[in-house]
Design a protein around this ligand. Structure first.
Ligand code: C2E
Ligand code: MG
Ligand code: MG
Ligand code: MG
Length: 284
């Protein structure tokens, strides 16, 4: 009888929900397996000084190629990892990988470059972050100023008081701190002055139509002005065209990241990329 009742309950789920739940469970299972087998990878995307196009660092972006599922986009698997808690071991793996890369670079005379790592909301509120970072710094002998930690506006605003305290502690360690996807979450203008951050990342949604959409142009303009007035740096995401680069340069954005300068690529390729780009490129 219990079984029949259970089945009856099952019908409350619509077929669409079933499919979503099924996909969720499938991805979650495959992610655990991938983590255990060391099958995750990171790609690096160049971050450049806007004035010259010179590479100053890279953002670390998680990549997952599953033998059965093929390549799965972070936009699809990160939210599931976040919801299931898998993001904690996964994010830890990314941090360790980034520290190891910084150690390699230091030994190869590439220690002028910084690496930016995305932190999830769970990592940020978990309580284990500081001690884990201390451990990794000691293990790899890394200067924390070489690492920038990115937290999205939405994650930062989930518990602003916790965020404020943790950012202060991270800054005391010497880490660089950036607010990611700025302008896409709840407005946090009042918090900008309370958060110990170094940089604002302008979301690529505002950069895309910067030349044709006066509202986007105004938002980008104002964000750059606000950041500078607060003594913060600005980096624009998703720069794909010379015209966008030119616009941002005219408005004195400090840095940029986007396909125009380089796609996310494997770490080994990135080393070659940096060598090849040692000379400044002609800009807009
Ligand atoms: P994000 O942190 O805002 O990263 C920038 C995203 O924009 C990346 O997508 C990058 O490939 C993409 N992008 C960069 N330049 C351009 C461009 O010129 N045009 C276009 N169309 N796209 C560009 P990706 O790698 O798919 O990552 C998506 C999101 O997944 C990231 O957004 C971040 O929120 C999350 N993510 C990626 N890796 C990690 C990670 O290790 N940990 C956590 N917690 N989240 C991650
Ligand atoms: Mg990011
Ligand atoms: Mg972003
Ligand atoms: Mg974004």
């Amino acid at each position: 009888a219990a079984k029949r009742e259970g089945r009856g309950n099952f019908q409350f789920f619509s077929p669409a929900m079933n499919a979503a739940t099924h996909e969720h469970l499938l991805l979650e299972n495959r992610m655990w397996a991938t983590l255990e087998n060391g099958g995750f990878d990171v790609h690096l995307q160049a971050q450049v000084e806007l004035e010259t196009g010179r590479v100053i660092g890279a953002e670390v972006l998680l990549r997952w190629h599953d033998p059965e599922l093929g390549s799965v986009e972070p936009g699809r698997f990160i939210p599931i990892a976040e919801e299931s808690g898998l993001i904690l071991p996964l994010g830890d793996w990314v941090l360790a990988r980034a520290m190891a890369l910084l150690a390699e670079w230091r030994d190869d005379g590439m220690d002028h470059l910084r690496l930016a790592v995305n932190l999830s909301a769970r990592q940020f509120s978990g309580g284990a972050l500081l001690s884990r970072l201390d451990e990794l710094l000691a293990e790899h002998g890394i200067d924390p100023a070489r690492m920038e930690l990115e937290i999205t506006e939405t994650a930062a605003m989930r518990d602003p008081e916790n965020t404020r305290r943790l950012l202060l502690q991270l800054r005391a360690r010497g880490f660089k701190l950036a607010i990611d996807d700025f302008g896409t979450g709840y407005s946090s203008l009042a918090y900008l002055k309370l958060f110990a951050i170094d940089r604002i990342k302008i979301d690529r949604g505002f950069v895309r139509d910067i030349e044709t959409n006066p509202n986007d142009a105004a938002i980008v303009d104002a964000t750059i002005g606000l950041a500078h007035a607060l003594g913060l740096g600005v980096i624009a995401e998703g720069v794909e065209t010379l015209a966008q680069w030119g616009f941002l340069r005219d408005r004195n954005s400090d840095e940029a990241q986007g396909y125009l300068f380089g796609r996310p690529m494997p770490a080994r390729e990135f080393r070659e990329f940096v060598r090849a780009r040692a000379q400044p490129v002609p800009g807009p």
